[in-house]
Ligand binder design. Structure first.
Ligand code: ZN
Length: 168
């Protein structure tokens, strides 16, 4: 259900697990054991999970921007790529490491190697996916910008509401 959101969280550097194979009641104990925040759209599951003591967020929003902004407000996730935090593999949640241009030679087309200086590779040997800040990355930066705009708008609206309340 949250495949796309999971990929996003990983690229922002968060350790995000995605599994739709479990029964509802199996999620809360795993979230507790692995110290994860359970993300769900299911109010009933959220209620059960919270009762069991699992940190839980009912994700609101339709667009990816709305969802990310919601998670920013609820859990403080960053809405920008930080130079200090390496992304995680969007594919498998593995940690990424920076690799040299030389090493990337066999893995990335020449044109790409010419245009980019920074490459990462997934440390998970089974996956070993290579990343660079290509056009896809640009699109993601734009999405994050949209998120920040959305957040600003929401803040403005809520201060307006506050003012109105005071005036009332
Ligand atoms: Zn990977």
């Amino acid at each position: 259900m949250y495949k796309r959101l999971t990929r996003w969280l990983r690229l922002l550097g968060y350790d995000a697990s995605f599994d739709t194979s479990l029964e509802d009641e199996e999620y809360p104990p795993i979230a507790i054991k692995e110290d994860r925040i359970l993300l769900t759209r299911d109010d009933l599951l959220a209620e059960i999970a919270i009762k069991q003591g699992a940190k839980t967020i009912v994700v609101k929003g339709l667009s990816i921007e709305e969802k990310l902004v919601h998670l920013h407000k609820e859990a403080g996730i960053e809405l920008s790529f930080s130079d200090d935090i390496l992304p995680r593999c969007s594919n498998c949640n593995g940690e990424l490491k920076i690799i040299t241009k030389k090493k990337v030679a066999e893995l990335v087309p020449e044109g790409t190697r010419e245009h980019f200086d920074l490459f990462w590779q997934c440390k998970n040997k089974k996956c070993a996916k290579v990343y660079w800040k290509g056009s896809h990355w640009q699109k993601m930066e734009n999405t994050l910008k949209n998120c920040q705009e959305l957040l600003k708008k929401e803040k403005k609206q809520s201060t307006k509401k506050d003012k109105k309340k005071k005036e009332d």
